[in-house]
Design a protein around this ligand. Structure first.
Ligand code: AMP
Length: 494
């Protein structure tokens, strides 16, 4: 049986990138791509590189292929804190992977930073993972019984061990196929397997992953696989498409191979990526996040408009929603707060006290804009409600006459087990309170949430193809003690 508590404690949000260039070093473009994905994780960063097959002047014999070195540098902090010029220069190889990590529960340690590098019988594997497995505890116990030793407490290490085990018996594609039979949950992966770059997206496509084309300095074609499309834009590349749910991509030299290993009747794209997590300039599974958020803002004004003088966002998360709301309501959009852009996301601070300080550090009220005004305060979501309440209080202290909170998502009522850091039900403001109680907790004059239909219409993807677990308490995979809406998967031939 899966230990419920263990499942609950491992939650990670991350950004990943894999780059294959025809020639030259991949470390610098990976560094830039990680910069573009920094919002997905600020706790640690890492890059691993290798020399692709055919790029090593014939030295890529079977033996050298198996003993290949995969240089890796990782550390705690922002991308620019972990890497400087000499470090990037030291990473020699035309293919590579990178990772930014963001975890919450205790495990903020360098041994959990990625990419994770392991040796196996025929060489080395480096893995970067975005997502969260829900059967980690069970798989880990099984692997430990087999005598395998773990150095971190990440689910990524479980993936690495399972893959290493399968690679002894199978070729890479078959090994990944076997791996996918065992792991349950969300996983977008980029992997260096000796001298080949592999990308995998879980059969439900829970976490995003996209594919783009880039050119090296001599104009030769290369590939980038990244969590979000701005990483491709950053390198002057072209977004080709999303990696398909259940697909594996293999980059060998200049060749890109695709194999559809699993095909499901439905997908389960994480709706919270559209609401909060992804950048507004990302195109996720065919939808520009900016458009989705504008639509949500407009819909919010239609569904729960209120008499007011100005519309103000909670920066930055509420901005696009507030612009949409103001447009539809015919009200002035004004900034009630100015954000100090040099403070990281407050959620990464583990202690309550430091979160309080972080909010004060982060947002300052523009008194002249709010004094004597009736304000529609727009944000994307409410989690614990503690930040929102502090923000409402601060507006009132500076003379706001009324504060009406409008939220660009339905109430978050349940935890996420699949990669977004949402707390347990006890800590979620909306999990056991009605609207009046929520409004009272926030010290607001009124509260309005987007309807579920409003959300689905705005995202433009059918509910049956989204993961709405945090909003509906119904999850696309089996989690002990929770309701599962089974998604049909079947193994396809390739
Ligand atoms: P609170 O009022 O404490 O619930 O905080 C709400 C704020 O947290 C909103 O501005 C959201 O944009 C932001 N938020 C929502 N989900 C997350 C998350 N998983 N990690 C960090 N911040 C989040």
């Amino acid at each position: 049986m899966i230990n419920y508590r263990e499942v609950l404690t491992k939650k990670e949000e991350c950004g990943i990138v894999g780059i294959a260039l025809a020639r030259g070093n991949a470390a610098l473009p990976i560094f830039y791509a990680l910069y573009a994905l920094q919002h997905r994780g600020q706790e640690s960063a890492g890059i691993a590189v290798s020399v692709s097959a055919g790029e090593d002047n014939g030295k890529g014999s079977e033996t050298s292929k198996y003993t290949r070195n995969i240089p890796l540098i990782k550390g705690m902090g922002f991308v620019y804190e972990v890497f400087d010029h000499p470090r990037l220069e030291s990473l020699k190889g035309n293919i590579g992977i990178g990772h930014v990590r963001y975890s919450t529960t205790g495990a903020s340690a360098v041994e959990n930073a990625e990419p994770l590098l392991v040796n196996y019988q025929r060489g080395k594997i480096a893995i970067a993972h975005n997502g969260n497995l829900v059967n980690t505890a069970e798989l880990r116990r099984e692997l430990e019984r087999d005598g395998r030793v773990f150095h971190s407490d990440t689910d990524t290490e479980v993936i690495a061990h399972l893959l290493a085990k399968e690679l002894v018996r199978h070729d890479p594609i078959e090994a990944v196929k076997e791996l996918m039979k065992r792991v349950i949950g969300s996983y977008s992966l980029v992997i260096l397997l000796n001298n080949i770059l592999i990308a995998v997206r879980d059969p439900l496509g829970i976490k995003p992953l996209c594919l783009g084309e880039i050119r090296d300095e001599n104009g030769k074609r290369g590939y980038i696989i990244a969590s979000e499309s701005p990483a491709i834009d950053m390198l002057g590349g072209v977004l080709m498409r999303d990696v398909r749910p259940g697909e594996i991509l293999i980059v060998k030299g200049e060749d890109l191979e695709s194999h559809q290993l699993y095909r499901g009747k439905n997908t389960a794209h994480c709706v919270f990526e559209y609401i909060y997590f992804a950048r507004a300039d990302s195109v996720l599974d065919g939808q520009l996040v900016y458009d989705v958020r504008m639509k949500i803002g407009k819909r919010l004004a239609e569904e729960c408009g209120v008499e007011a003088d100005i519309v103000s966002p909670v920066p930055d998360s509420g901005i696009t929603f507030a612009i949409g709301y103001a447009k539809r309501a015919g009200l002035d959009y004004m900034e009630g707060f100015i954000k100090n852009r040099y403070v990281g996301r407050t959620f990464i601070m583990p202690e309550k006290a430091s979160r309080d300080t972080a909010v004060r550090l982060k947002l300052n009220v523009v008194q002249a804009n709010v004094e004597g005004k009736r304000i529609v305060l727009v944000d994307d979501s409410i989690v614990r409600g503690t930040t929102s309440r502090r923000i409402v209080d601060n507006l009132r202290k500076k003379g706001a006459k009324e504060v009406h909170m409008r939220i660009g998502s339905p109430p978050i009522i349940a935890p996420c087990y699949l990669g977004i850091n949402t707390p347990t039900r006890d800590e979620l403001l909306a999990s056991n309170r009605n609207l009046d109680e929520i409004c009272a907790f926030l010290h607001a004059d009124s509260i309005g949430y987007l309807s579920m239909k409003g959300l689905i219409d705005s995202v433009g993807i059918a509910a049956s193809n989204l993961c709405l677990g945090c909003l509906t308490e119904k999850y696309p995979v089996e989690i002990p003690g929770e309701v599962c809406i089974a998604r049909q998967l079947k193994l396809t031939q390739f």
